[in-house]
Design a protein around this ligand. Structure first.
Ligand SMILES: [Zn+2]
Ligand SMILES: [Zn+2]
Length: 356
């Protein structure tokens, strides 16, 4: 049974706690539509990754079987510690590729599409990363790290990254040098010039220090969260696929094979990018977060959509092993259509009573 059955309620509890603590401190870190979009995007990613995760684990186990050189004692704490450090090293490169290669950015961009930064943002995860991420862990497979160890350290690495999505924790002194912290991860989510393509680490910020991608949070410059080419949508399914359409348009308009290649595998802000909006210097004063009018009824429907989604996901975790691939696909497709419908409904306030 999926560990997320127990983890998801803890996530929600922590979001409620962060919301309350922020309000007590006089801060409003959550906007309703952005929050529900993040939560529903998290659910979309889980509905896909029930199958996608199984695919990734299957591919990793094939690699270990094919290339694994050494035998590891999974009863030794050193195996787990070394596997975690090595996993995090590979994660750094997966994440870096997710920012610096256009095709992979198409998958990762959703995580940065929120213009807020809170624990709900952490759940705005990609649903389309499963097809390539496993390949980056080839070094672990070659070393023979057992699949069971790989799966557990992957989960630890992912869970660690949850708590760093908060504005309530300040700088943590010397720890900033070694670990990914709320402060240096805030920089990662910023669209200010100094934040772009910085701080890719999962647990350890050491890799960023080592490979020249580290940046400290600046006390004199307010971070504006999000991406330069804003999503401007509350549809979590569209958020997962929209940049693939951008690449498709660029590839169709390309005049040579090299241009086509660069649109897919070049940097998202490369010279050949027709929509090189991120090349413009950043002007924080001109930034306005995406917002659309909404009604009380729309708020209610949004809240219910998340609640229904959580119940359906919990059910899927329990019955997943008994479902065929086709049934699993159908189940997830219905939920994706549901979330997409809700997100699109929010763009049409005139359908839902008088807007605020
Ligand atoms: Zn990122
Ligand atoms: Zn993040």
């Amino acid at each position: 049974m999926s560990p997320y059955l127990y983890i998801v309620p803890v996530f929600f509890l922590m979001i409620a706690t962060e919301y309350c603590v922020a309000r007590v401190r006089g801060r409003d870190l959550y906007r309703f539509q952005d929050t529900v979009t993040s939560l529903n995007a998290g659910l979309v990613s889980q509905f896909i990754n029930v199958m996608g995760g199984a695919f990734s684990v299957y591919m990793y186990s094939l690699l270990v079987g094919q290339f694994g050189l050494f035998t590891w004692d999974s009863g030794s704490v050193w195996t787990w510690l070394l596997a975690l450090v090595l996993y995090d090293f590979c994660y750094y490169w997966v994440h870096r590729a997710g920012h610096e290669i256009n095709l992979f950015w198409a998958s990762h961009v959703i995580h940065h599409s929120s213009e807020d930064f809170n624990l709900a943002t952490a759940l705005r995860q990609s649903a389309t990363g499963f097809y390539f991420k496993w390949a980056f862990y080839l070094p672990l497979a070659v070393l023979g790290i057992p699949t069971k160890v790989f799966v557990v350290v992957a989960l630890i690495d992912l869970l660690y990254q949850y708590w760093v999505h908060t504005q309530l924790v300040g700088r943590l002194g010397i720890l900033e040098r070694f670990l990914v912290t709320p402060s240096n991860h805030r920089v990662h989510h910023g669209q200010n010039d100094y934040c772009i393509d910085k701080n890719y680490g999962g647990i350890f910020s050491l890799w960023d220090q080592l490979f020249g991608t580290y940046a400290d949070e600046r006390a004199d410059e307010k971070i504006i969260y999000g991406i330069r080419k804003p999503l401007n949508s509350w549809d979590p399914v569209w958020a997962n696929v929209q940049h693939y359409f951008v690449i498709g348009r660029l590839v169709r308009a390309a005049r040579s094979g090299r241009e086509r290649f660069m649109h897919v595998f070049g940097p998202p802000r490369g010279p050949l990018q027709l929509e090189a909006v991120q090349e413009k210097p950043f002007d924080a004063a001109r930034f306005a977060p995406f917002a659309t009018p909404y009604t009380g009824r729309m708020k209610l429907i949004g809240g219910i959509s998340t609640l229904v989604g959580v119940c359906m996901l919990m059910t899927l975790y329990v019955i997943d092993a008994r479902l065929s691939l086709e049934q699993n696909l159908l189940y997830s497709a219905v939920m994706l259509a549901f979330f997409s419908f809700i997100g699109r409904l929010w763009m049409r306030p005139e359908m839902m009573g008088s807007a605020r």
